[in-house]
Ligand binder design. Structure first.
Ligand code: DGY
Length: 320
């Protein structure tokens, strides 16, 4: 039986690649080099499917250059902002993602960022590593407490909810912003439909919205100005949902006391002004980076491909 040919855009965990090779005629990228649109399109010339991920340029131009036989794009990610889903749909290509399996890992990173920002973890780590620590004093490097504070969540999906549950374990009160109050609001969480009122409640603001035309630059100077003085900003969603220049201004002035960021506009380049802010705790897009989660993401993407090739509807079709 002829196995479907699937191009893997990057090097994926070994067990995931083995599974892909078992089921498909898999074209690997063993060097893990980020492929250009032209390289990816050349590799896909005689492929039936593409297993891609965050940062791959699956835009309208690439989709337009794909062969007619390629009918499925499975993304190893929950976010699909790197894919022009409308262009894919217009060509009859099914796009899938990997929700659920990365919820806990990403929520953990959001909490790590919140604590790292609130407790000045980067500054402390640097001091110790550079041999500059002069010893304990009653006033040295005081951060802020998260217990008893208010956490505001924008994007109460799976990850937002998992962050809320964790935050309650720290005795935080949780608020979220929604277009309308859901029929059954998650228990213990205050749902706001009024954005201004919501922002005023956010001692810590954590972003969990996908990047779309509507959410690009969502956290801008006007919204920052409505946060309580000295709020903390956490972002594990996409860098582009924050207006980084506005955030940098607020971090410099102290209007925002600290930020914990796992994602950046134009990754992997990080705005040097942001890197220069001492009151930031920065990670290189590690939200889903655990061995367990990355395996689960790979298996889920493969399961979606397999379902498609067997003529079934994949579990995670995007934009149905
Ligand atoms: C995603 O899946 O969208 C994350 O950003 C990477 O895990």
């Amino acid at each position: 039986m002829v196995r479907p040919r699937v191009v893997l855009s990057r090097h994926f965990p070994d067990n995931v690649e083995r599974k892909a090779q078992e089921l498909f005629d898999a074209v690997l990228n063993p060097d893990d080099r980020k492929l250009t649109r032209e390289e990816l399109s050349a590799l896909c010339r005689d492929a039936d499917g593409l297993l891609c991920t965050v940062g791959d340029p699956v835009d309208a131009a690439l989709i337009g250059a794909l062969p007619d036989r390629l009918r499925v794009i499975a993304s190893f990610s929950v976010g699909v902002d790197h894919i022009d889903v409308d262009a894919a749909k217009a060509r009859g290509i099914t796009v899938t993602n990997t929700p659920d399996v990365l919820t806990d890992a990403t929520a953990d990173i959001a909490i790590l960022l919140m604590l790292g920002a609130a407790r000045r973890a980067s500054e402390g780590d640097r001091l110790v590593r550079e041999g500059l620590w002069q010893g304990w004093t009653p006033t040295h490097m005081m951060g802020s407490h998260v217990s008893g504070k208010r956490l505001g969540i924008v994007g109460m999906g799976r990850i937002g909810l998992a962050v809320a549950k964790r935050a309650m374990g720290f005795d935080m009160t949780v608020h979220c912003l929604a277009r309308r109050v859901p029929d059954r609001a998650p228990s213990g969480i205050t749902v706001h439909t009024d954005e201004e009122r919501f922002l005023k409640e956010c001692d810590v603001l954590s972003l969990h919205i996908p990047l779309t035309a509507d959410t690009r630059g969502w956290l801008n100077a006007a919204r920052i100005a409505k946060l309580p003085e000295g709020a903390i900003v956490v972002n594990t969603a996409r860098g582009e949902v924050v207006d980084e220049a506005a955030l940098i201004d607020a971090l410099r002035s102290g209007r925002v006391a600290a930020a914990g960021l796992d994602v950046f506009a134009g990754e992997p380049r990080v705005n040097p002004e942001l890197r220069a802010c001492p009151n930031t705790f920065l990670l290189p897009h590690l939200g889903s980076a655990t061995t367990e989660t990355r395996s689960a993401m790979g298996y889920r993407a493969i399961e979606n491909l397999q379902a498609f090739f067997e003529g079934r509807t994949p579990r995670d079709v995007v934009g149905r």
